[in-house]
Each structure stands twice: as C-alpha cells, then as structure tokens.
Design a protein around this ligand. Structure first.
Ligand SMILES: Cc1cc2nc3c(=O)[nH]c(=O)nc-3n(C[C@H](O)[C@H](O)[C@H](O)COP(=O)(O)O)c2cc1C
Length: 553
C-alpha cells in the first residue's frame, strides 16, 4: 500500500499514542489552539468522473417495529434490489435531516460522529446484484447515489448476488478539530457505522458479518483508496473494515473472503474511474502521533476466526412501538437534559440487556470476538435504583479480573430483580452528578442526565495479541454507543456520545493504576431539552424534485 503521508520520524507505540491523546485536567491532548474555519473539511466526498447510479430515495416503512429486530421475530428477507440497497445505506450512513440556524445549514446523518465531522466513507463491492454492474462503488451521501469506481470484467454469472461494504476513514476531517485525539474518534465512528449498518440490514431481514481476517492492504487495494492518481493533492483515506452483507437473517460466519480477493484481478480496463474531491483548500495540519499511528496499526491478513455469541433474544418491552426505520432516522445527540427526569426501571433493564451479544441478534452479533468492554454506570435518576457507581461486566473472565483490579473498597452488591442476562453490581452508593460532569470535561450533559456510562476496555492483554486490536477496542465501544443511542430513543429518551473526558480521572475513581484496563468512550442518557432555534429540513428535500420518493408501504 502506498503511504499517503510521510510517517512521522521515530518509533511510537500504541501505548505512546494512547497516553499522548489523553485529556488531562489543565492539559488537553495536543490539538489546534483555535479552529481555522476557512479550512473546515467538506463533509461529503465525491469522485468526479465516476458514473453515478441514483438510488431511489429511502422510504418510511411501518414494519418491522424496532423491538422486532431483537425479540426473535422472523423478518422476511427483502429481495435484492436498488430499493433495498437504498434503505440499507440511507438508514445507516445516510442523511437523517438538515438543520438550519440563521445562515448556517448542515446535515445530520443516521450515524453519529464526533463533532458531526463524519470521517467515515462507505464503499460497496457488488457482484451479480440486480440493476448494478458488478464492481466497486462509493456511496455519495449527499446525492444518495453510488459512484462506480471500477467494473469487474468477469463477474461469475452463476454466483448469487453478493454485497460487501468497505469502510474507510478520512483522518483529516477529525484532525482538523481534534488534533492528536482525532484518531480515537475516527475509530469510534467506525464502530457506530458498523452497528448502524447491522441494524439497517436487520430491518430488511438481512444480516452483516465483519470480515476480521482481511488485511488492511487488501482493503485499500480492493476499494482503490491506495490509488495515488485518484487522490491528487487531496486528503487520503485509510482502510478500516470490510463487512459482508448476508441477504438473509443468519449471520454467515463463512465470509467467502477468498472470493472477495479475486475481484481486483477480474477488474476490466480501464480499471478505475473518478477522482476524489479536495476537502480543504490547504494541506492538512500535521499531528505527528495521530498521523503515524494508522501505519503502526496496519492489520495483516489473519486466520479466519469467529467467536459466536450464545443464543438468546431481547424480549424486554420497549416503551414505544415505533418502526425500526423511524428510530434510525430520529436518532439524535441531546444537547441538554432535564435533570428532573427519571429513567423507567423497565427501560433501563432493556438497555442493559441490549448490551449482551446474542447469536443473530443485531447489532452486537456483528462483532466476532468475546466482549472486551465493560460499562460503568454513574446512575443519577433511574427508577428503583439508588444513585451511585455501578458496573456490568460483559464476561465472566472480565468480572474475575475486574474484581481484583478495581478499588478494594467497592461493594460489588448485585442489583436484584432486573431480569437481565448481564449482572449489575453496585460499587459505591453515592450521588455522582458532579463526578460524572467532572470526568466528562465538565460537560453538563453528564450530570443532568438520568445516567452516564464509562466504557472500560481490557487493554494490555488485548494489545499483546496485536497492536491493531487497538482499533477493534474502539469499534466495540462505538458499536455499544450506537446501541445505546437507539435504545435511549425507543425509550422516548435520548443519548449523547462523550468522546471528551479526562481519562485518568475515570481510572482514579475506579482504582485503575496501570494499563490493564482503560476507559475508551463515555455516554450519557436523559430526557432531552430541544433547541427551538434549530429548524429541520427533510433529509432528501434537495433531491425530491429530480427523484420522487417511492410510495411507502
Ligand atoms: C465518538 C463520538 C464522540 C462524541 N463526543 C461528544 C462530546 O464529548 N460532547 C458532545 O456534546 N457530543 C459528543 N458527540 C455527539 C456529536 O457531537 C454528534 O453525534 C454530532 O454533532 C452529530 O449529531 P447527531 O448525533 O445528532 O447526528 C460525540 C459523538 C460521537 C460519535
């Protein structure tokens, strides 16, 4: 793979990066002292000259309901079509609405992103799919269309339709605002995207598998992001992950990875079309650690291995009976919370249950490894649960180690009668609004919520298996965050991801004094106070004249 940018001199380890990208009281991770608004990166990537296939606009559908995605209901698989592909992409990586405030207009998307900067780009490798020439496509989010980057010459006519999704990051989009900490945010956003795509697929009766074995060079090669000629003087992308879309509900552990690698060899001449747009007029500002890290963490091809989660469903009731696609489209980050609101106990139990991976239950079944992140709850106002700090270890192994690692004075008193697979332990009973706000870089949303969450990762042991697993830890945190957003939304509450936190202050509260465990992401859930100044415009208002919305069901 051609390295897009000069790698910073000197050896840095993933531990060095993690340490320098920590926010500390009085010393935030290195970042721009002031934002250069003239250089704010364009949020939409396009490939000029690539033939575009317009997708039909996504439609609101009344079925399935959100709870049916996880309660064992059999959702009939949608037949492969451009309409289904439109729903898949539109309700995961697509625009959810435009917001307007005075002269400012910006798009929000179904997937959240730190600072709404959206570093994640989406590609498809498609073979024998109706109305699509087999080849590689880039998803143009604003136009809701597929830009054809290359054509497979010898698509196997016998093979079934197949769709693979490649995700990449444009690091500059996040680095513009967040400097050295930005690489973490790119990875969290990938985790959100993986879960959003998995959920959107579930609403079509499809499933998604993460192709863990694929190497980063192979991903870059397949989707053409290593092609220097197509990225002349413009911001490069780094390879992240490939997902196989299974056109039925079963998570297919046989990812037919070898078949995917045959594609580039069968690509027709001329091989590629389209050149990437430039996102800022000046060259990206350099952040030595965040710039170098992606090349330290390149993943080699590895053996195919899939951890299969235990069977189960989540049948705990939802507070509302909304359609799945409505929940995906309505998901928003709260800007402020009503501090008097109380989160219902039943909704909290469902929230907790949804963090346990179960076979063929989206979205967490997409991660092919045993859970490595464990939520610590700062409970402020949840019905029937006293304020305090709680822990829900997501594996028995982790619970054993956490019991000996965390502060010796913790109570470890189980919360009874929650009817959840995950145990919830009270560590310390105390009002903790101030503490939650303090560790979250003093953001009021962590204090005024019903509860806040800190996601603690098994760190040293996982990185000993391969430095590139650093990325997977953030993906898992992001996927959990996406699930938390959706569960809060269906409970008629709202969540917000919190990437800005004082890492070591959280470790201090928990008694973590080494790197055996590290906090990678925070989250907060409460009853939102809406900002009446912001006006909303429908997501595809700009396209409706040219492309009428097909009839909803
Ligand atoms: C990884 C990540 C970190 C975030 N960190 C914060 C944060 O520290 N504070 C905050 O108010 N919002 C945070 N957000 C919320 C984003 O600002 C929000 O997703 C973005 O503005 C888009 O809005 P939407 O989520 O309503 O679509 C974070 C979101 C993500 C995905």
């Amino acid at each position: 793979m051609v390295l897009p940018r000069e790698i910073a001199k000197g050896e840095i380890s993933v531990f060095d990066y993690h340490d320098i990208s920590k926010h500390r009281i009085g010393e935030y991770a290195p970042g721009p002292l002031a934002l250069d608004w003239d250089q704010q990166p364009e949020p939409f990537r396009t490939f000029a000259g690539a033939p575009a296939v317009e997708l039909p606009l996504p439609t609101k559908t009344s079925a399935p309901r959100f709870h049916q995605l996880t309660d064992g209901t059999a959702i009939p698989p949608a037949p492969p079509s451009l309409t289904a592909l439109s729903q898949l992409l539109g309700y995961s990586m697509g625009i959810s609405c435009w917001k307007v405030y005075e002269e400012i207009k910006f798009a929000l998307r179904c997937n959240p992103s730190s600072g709404n900067l959206h570093p994640t780009e989406t590609y498809l490798a498609v073979e024998n799919f109706p109305d699509l020439t087999s080849g590689i496509y880039h998803y143009d989010v604003r136009q809701h269309s597929l830009e054809r980057r290359s054509v497979f010459a010898a698509a196997d006519k016998v093979a079934e339709p197949s769709v693979w999704i490649g995700l990449t990051s444009v690091p500059w989009r996040e680095a513009w605002k967040y400097g050295e900490r930005s690489y973490r945010y790119c990875q969290l956003d990938i985790g959100h995207a993986i879960a959003a795509i998995r959920m959107s697929a579930a609403a079509l009766g499809w499933s998604v598998s993460l192709v863990e074995s694929m190497g980063d060079d192979q991903i870059a090669d397949l989707f053409g992001i290593d092609r220097e000629d197509d990225y002349v003087e413009c911001e490069r992308e780094i390879p992240e992950v490939v997902l196989r879309v299974n056109l039925d509900a079963r998570t297919n552990t046989d990812c037919k990875f070898a078949r995917l690698l045959e594609f580039p060899e069968t690509t027709a001449d001329p091989k590629w079309s389209g050149v990437a747009n430039r996102l800022s007029s000046e060259a990206p500002v350099e952040w030595p650690f965040a710039d170098a890290l992606p090349y330290r963490l390149l993943k080699p091809q590895t053996d195919e291995f899939a951890w299969v989660p235990p069977t189960g469903t989540n049948r705990l009731p939802t507070a509302s009976d909304e359609a799945a696609t409505d929940i995906f489209a309505w998901r928003r980050s709260a800007q402020a919370f009503d501090e008097d609101a109380v989160y219902p106990r039943a909704a909290f139990a469902r929230f907790l249950e949804s963090l346990t991976p179960k076979r063929n239950v989206p979205p967490l079944d997409v991660l092919p490894w045993q859970p490595r992140l464990h939520p610590v709850f700062f409970i402020h106002q949840v019905e029937g649960i006293a304020p305090g700090v709680y822990l829900a270890p997501r594996s028995d192994d982790a619970e054993r180690i956490l019991r000996s690692t965390l502060r010796g004075k913790f109570d470890w008193t189980p919360v009874e009668n929650l009817s959840t697979t995950l145990p919830l332990y009270s560590l310390v009973a105390a009002k903790c609004r101030k503490a939650a706000k303090h560790v979250s870089c003093n953001q009021a949303i962590a204090a005024d919520s019903c509860f806040a969450v800190a996601m603690i990762a098994e760190f040293e042991d996982i990185l000993a298996e391969g430095a590139w697993k650093y990325r997977q830890l953030f993906w898992e945190a992001g996927a959990l965050g996406q699930q938390m957003y959706l569960e809060a939304e269906v409970a008629n509450f709202r969540g917000t991801g919190i990437g800005c936190f004082f890492d070591n202050e959280i470790h201090q509260i928990l008694g973590i004094h080494d790197t055996s465990f590290q906090c990678l992401y925070n989250f907060t859930v409460g009853y939102p106070i809406l900002d009446p100044r912001l006006q909303s415009i429908a997501p595809y208002a700009h396209l409706e004249k040219q492309r009428p919305t097909p009839h909803a069901d």
